[in-house]
Design a protein around this ligand. Structure first.
Ligand SMILES: [Zn+2]
Length: 213
């Protein structure tokens, strides 16, 4: 038996998000969608549907191009997190979920810079990391096998998947079948180990995720 929390990053995308929502609805699974601001302005209806169906909406930056740790401008927080949160608006979860990105799933100093960290703490955000990233984007056919192995290796998996048109989400339902056979208990909340900032308070060591210049 193991616990499993699913999250879907980098949408909303018309060619992927509806499929994911359909599968989750059939299975009665609730998850979190970490959305990209510049996509959300065009596809907000998909986030509205997700929200209406009980999923949580989190912030995944405005552009998702350059990891914050590699950015040098002083207003990353406002530009990348603040603008996105404004567009999310009343779809936001009360705990103001934000997920950084490391350019390929890296959990290191690429995730944040000083501006972003200050913005998250001042704004009462909750920073949501992960402990499983089966690389669905680079292996759309084979990710589910790796994902199941990652689940079996720990008691509570917080998994990053992507609602983008890679083709990987065609295998989501099959993955959920196999996870259920293996004893998965699906849940929507996050393992505390993956939350270094909770409602603006730094509750776990954060400096390993911050580049300071
Ligand atoms: Zn991402």
């Amino acid at each position: 038996m193991f616990d499993l929390t699913l999250t879907f990053d980098n949408g909303p995308e018309p060619e992927a998000t509806p499929l994911v929502l359909d599968v989750l609805a059939r299975r009665g699974v609730r998850s979190t969608f970490f959305v990209i601001g510049e996509k959300l302005v065009r596809t907000r209806a998909l986030a509205e549907r997700a929200h209406a169906e009980g999923h949580w909406i989190g912030n995944h930056s405005w552009t998702h191009r350059v990891p914050f740790g590699e950015r040098i401008e002083a207003d990353t927080g406002e530009r990348e997190i603040g603008t996105t949160q404004t567009v999310i608006g009343d779809l936001a979860h009360a705990r103001r979920y934000f997920r950084p990105f490391g350019g390929g799933g890296h959990l290191d100093r690429r995730l944040l810079n000083a501006s972003a960290l200050d913005f998250l703490t001042a704004g009462g955000f909750t920073c949501v990391l992960w402990n499983a990233i089966p690389r669905d984007w680079s292996d759309p056919e084979g990710w589910a096998v790796r994902a199941l192995a990652q689940c079996r290796a720990q008691s509570w998996t917080l998994m990053v998947l992507h609602d983008v048109p890679s083709g990987a989400m065609r295998y989501l339902e099959e993955f959920l079948d196999r996870a259920a056979e293996a004893g998965a208990r699906l849940r929507q909340d996050f393992p505390p180990d993956c939350l270094p900032i909770v409602e603006g308070i730094v509750v776990r060591p954060i400096e390993d995720y911050v580049t300071r210049r």
